[in-house]
Design a binder for this molecule. Structure first.
Ligand code: PMP
Length: 354
């Protein structure tokens, strides 16, 4: 039946997301969601919108949310683009800012959506190896023919690269776009957003799915020079000018405006992360220095895939990695204190062979 497929459909090798099981008894530590609900203001904003305006199309320019984001990020509405999750923002960025005639670069160990988009839009790419401790080889990104995309912190390694190094990469790519994917930056020391005022070739991509607890609402955004934003808007309007729905607009706006709640939940996740790190180290795991809401860990004796399977049998879900040059690692999302205590209890049972 492939004979009916277009060339685009034939060359697609879609990304496979982590397991999303509909079972509330599972301790879900596999896709880096926030364990806490969003700000209570999100629910009231959505409820109000449902009662008043669901029969009307949303704003195609999403001005109210873009203004709220711009205010928080210290920039202007014209420098903000909003999309249906940062995955969609990234898709538009690959399509609108990278070229099928020039090779882009991204780290060899990184978010596995990047090669998917590159293949889909026929953008040639080079995977740049990381150093043996999983840190970035900064100079390997200098003078990239077609630009670069780097997550900071990187996923799944959880490692943060200093802004000095990131700025160096941007500086050494004056004629091509550098995208920094900051999906996890709110758990890290600092964002590179201020650099967008200095470098017109820099695009920062962020999400509401992690620190803002809105993975289910699907909202992401980009910040960059208005010329970059215009390219993304042209692409978006060629698909669907009403990219995000009314509930997503008001929900995300309420979330980004509730700074106190955001600070409180983020701080708590960082405390839980450090406690979980200590606990895992006591059990013999080596844990990479994390600037995210997850830990990337390795055990010298226990195989990650086996641990994953045994934990799953006991209703704890994590991810394991044995690809992209990663030998044998587990990635564990930070949940609530209660979730992490249960996880460690089950982990102990599994390690003791029970
Ligand atoms: N970038 C990175 C590095 C991620 O890990 C994720 C989440 N899987 C995303 C982007 C996409 O997040 P979302 O589409 O939920 O905004």
């Amino acid at each position: 039946m492939m004979k009916y497929w277009s060339e685009v459909a034939k060359r697609c090798t879609p990304y496979v997301p982590g397991e999303q099981l509909n079972d509330s008894t599972i301790i879900k530590l596999n896709t880096n969601e926030n364990p806490y609900p969003p700000s209570p203001n999100v629910q009231s904003a959505i409820k109000k919108e449902m009662e008043q305006a669901l029969h009307l199309y949303p704003s195609p320019t999403v001005d109210s949310l873009r203004e709220a984001i711009a205010k928080q990020e210290g920039t202007t509405k014209e420098s903000v683009f909003v999309g249906n999750g940062s995955d969609e923002v990234l898709a538009f960025a690959f399509m609108g800012l990278f070229s099928p005639y020039r090779t882009i670069r991204f780290p060899a160990i990184t978010y596995s959506f990047y090669p998917v988009y590159a293949n889909l839009f026929q953008i040639p790419y080079e995977k740049v190896p990381l150093m043996s401790d999983f840190t970035l080889d900064e100079t390997a990104f200098f003078h990239s023919e077609g630009g670069a995309i780097l997550p900071n912190p990187n996923a799944p390694t959880s490692i943060f690269t200093s802004l000095d190094l990131m700025e160096n990469i941007v500086k050494h790519n004056p004629d091509n776009v550098v995208i920094i994917d900051e999906a996890y930056v709110d758990f890290a020391p600092e964002t590179a957003v201020a650099l967008t005022h200095k470098y017109e070739q820099l695009l920062i991509v962020k999400t509401f799915s992690k620190s803002r607890s809105l993975a289910g609402l699907r909202v992401g955004y980009a910040i960059g020079h208005p010329h970059l934003i215009e390219a993304l808007t042209r692409i978006k309007d060629s698909f669907n000018s009403y990219t995000i729905d009314r509930l997503a607009i008001v929900g995300a706006k309420a979330a980004i405006e509730d700074t106190a709640y955001f600070k409180q939940t983020t701080r708590h996740i960082l405390q839980t992360r450090e406690w979980t790190r200590e606990q895992l180290e006591e059990r013999g795991f080596s844990v990479l220095p994390s600037a995210t809401n997850f830990l990337f860990v390795h055990h010298p004796i226990y195989e990650a895939e086996k641990l994953y399977q045994q934990l799953k049998e006991k209703k704890v879900l994590i991810r394991y990695f044995r690809n992209q040059g990663i030998t044998d690692y587990m990635r564990i999302t930070i949940g609530t204190d209660e979730m992490m205590r249960k996880f460690l209890l089950v982990l102990d049972q599994v390690m003791e062979g029970e």
